[in-house]
Design a protein around this ligand. Sequence first.
Ligand code: GLN
Length: 483
Amino acid sequence: MHQMTLAEIARGLADKKFSSEELTKVLLARIAQLDPQLNSFISLTEDLALQQAKAADARRANGESGALLGAPIAHKDLFCTQGIRTSCGSKMLDNFKAPYDATVVAKLAAAGAVTLGKTNMDEFAMGSANESSYYGAVKNPWNLEHVPGGSSGGSAAAVAARLLPAATATDTGGSIRQPAAFTNLTGLKPTYGRVSRWGMIAYASSLDQGGPLARTAEDCAILLQGMAGFDANDSTSIDEPVPDYSASLNGSLQGLRIGVPKEYFSAGLDPRIAELIHNSIKELEKLGAVIKEISLPNMQHAIPAYYVIAPAEASSNLSRFDGVRFGYRCEDPKNLIDLYKRSRGEGFGPEVQRRIMVGAYALSAGYYDAYYLKAQKIRRLVKNDFMAAFNEVDIILGPTTPNPAWKLGAKNSDPVAAYLEDVYTITANLAGLPGLSMPAGFVDGLPVGVQLLAPYFQEGRLLNVAHQYQLNTDWHTRTPTGF
Ligand code: GLN
């Protein structure tokens, strides 16, 4: 039962092969049995799940239908869930029970999805390995000595280990696509503004975007359908009609123009990954796609620009965690300044503190022009590169990551080494474009992802290409041994 995709679950529920309650019980038991090896959940919500499952079964019995009605999922622990701990992977919010549901959570609940729990993540979504979580590192089900990627590592490990079919995640610089690549999943970061950020605890507001993590493009279409749409509560939400993503899956790829940036195949890329990317290109050519070499000349500046902009926004967003209104408060503060200093010093972990320091520095009066303003200008150049490329091609294709998942602890002493691994993903966030990662093969038994990028609001095109690819390849069907 645990091997079923969302699409298969939807068919099984519609055909009354099993109930949502039965399925939910099976998956909760599986989580209890297997998650101690992975640490992919911060909180389990068994009571809520069973209650939602029974309600979904009752709605079906009354004639309602829907792909998410009774479908078990989990939320990354930065989506606010009313009355349920929403920790953001931080000691700072260890005691925080959100007073309301994030729009994404409310929309999925209304569609009948069943919440099994809240998944582990890098603290405040800062990281690429899920090792900065206050609740401990998450293990990669493909090799328990390796990281699952981050920051949505809990969602990725749980779905890859077949603890549940799909989960929500967020992507500020790659945190949906990179863990998807590291765990053999399909993950979609939508266009900025496509999915509401209301109730999604902010890391870098101009880059953050929620999206689905699942095993197939077909399932990403189902989950995205439930997440996307205009929200008046989010001032950057865009009022653009939401297409039927499942209906977009079956288009022909005949004549599809795929751009492959020459800058992607530089020295930093593992040659074995380069080979798998070339294989995926050949596969898409067989389906009728036309390949064209393109250039993204400003790509090399993207990492430095991102690692100024994201910390700058984070330092501002995280100033609200002061030990006064909510979150962690230190013991016996001597005075107000002591309360602030110790609450923040004890509540935030080292990576978060590093980013707050970098961000505050970059925004300070004497340095604003030299760092923040400069980074914003680079951001525009990165966007312009994409706009020029999309005049010539329909999709941009390349690796999701330069290397497969590294060993736990391998990059802990050198944060910049981890930042460099984001080279292929962060440009989409800087430009606000949609991107998808899908399974493309294995290196040393570890999964490798191929990334597709599309123009604004062309999530349907990404899902279409990924689905056609998945109809003709079987990488995405591989299951990690032991799960
Ligand atoms: N690795 C990137 C960072 O640490 C991206 C994280 C994310 O997308 N949330 O900022």
